[in-house]
Design a binder for this molecule. Structure first.
Ligand code: PAN
Ligand code: ZN
Length: 196
């Protein structure tokens, strides 16, 4: 249990909280198979295996009374025409929700449920997004230069199921079409619940 109240400040312009317990860096090489242009992906990984997002977590307590919380920072950039993004996941305890608050930057949260319904919401400074129980979620940075900084909170014991997304991807991808952002079908997506 976290015994005492505490506050922290998300510093500007870095988006890094002035107190945190855990810092996670995810590099391009941890996203094998997720970007649709495999050649562009391999080339970029070989050129430089960049950090494409970071997470600063507050103390995580695996307890349903607590709220896991922190800040995720997705870097600007693309693999081919597809924007940098997080791995994305369902919660291991599927029936748990999450709240996002966009602090700075521009992007999109792409979501889907096990039945294959999907949704995408635009994020910019001040947007609050409620991700209901059962919906997988992924953050995508659509800005050409700025980082996407998002505060998150979810039930402490929710856990993460990354495997389902690693295996079949998200139904929708977010790509650049000139100056515009487009949501397109993922050619390798397979429904989680195939009809018998
Ligand atoms: C977020 C994510 C964070 C990083 O805190 O963990 O944005 O994305 P991945 O976990 O998909 O790598 C969250 O949704 N937590 O449950
Ligand atoms: Zn989550």
């Amino acid at each position: 249990m976290i015994e005492r109240p505490f506050a922290c400040i998300v510093q500007k312009p870095t988006g890094i909280p002035d107190r945190y317990d855990n810092h996670i860096e995810r590099r391009l090489s941890s996203m094998t198979g997720q970007f649709r242009d495999h050649q562009a992906y391999e080339k970029l990984v070989q050129q430089s295996d960049r950090v494409i997002y970071e997470v600063y977590e507050g103390r995580r307590v695996d307890d349903q009374r607590e709220l896991a919380h922190g800040v995720s920072i997705v870097k600007p950039g693309k693999v081919g025409d597809e924007f940098f993004m997080t791995k994305g996941h369902f919660h291991a305890v599927l029936e748990t929700a999450e709240l996002y608050y966009c602090i700075q930057g521009e992007g999109m949260i792409v979501m889907e449920n096990p039945e294959g319904d999907w949704a995408a919401e635009r994020m910019s400074a001040g947007v609050v997004l409620y991700v209901p129980p059962r919906w997988a979620h992924r953050s995508v940075n659509t800005h050409p230069h700025d980082e996407l900084v998002v505060l998150f909170a979810y039930r402490g014991d929710a856990g993460h199921d990354y495997q389902s997304i690693e295996r079949r991807g998200f139904r929708k991808l977010v790509v650049a079409a000139g100056e515009r952002t487009e949501i397109v079908d993922n050619p390798r997506w397979i429904p989680l619940h195939q009809p018998a």
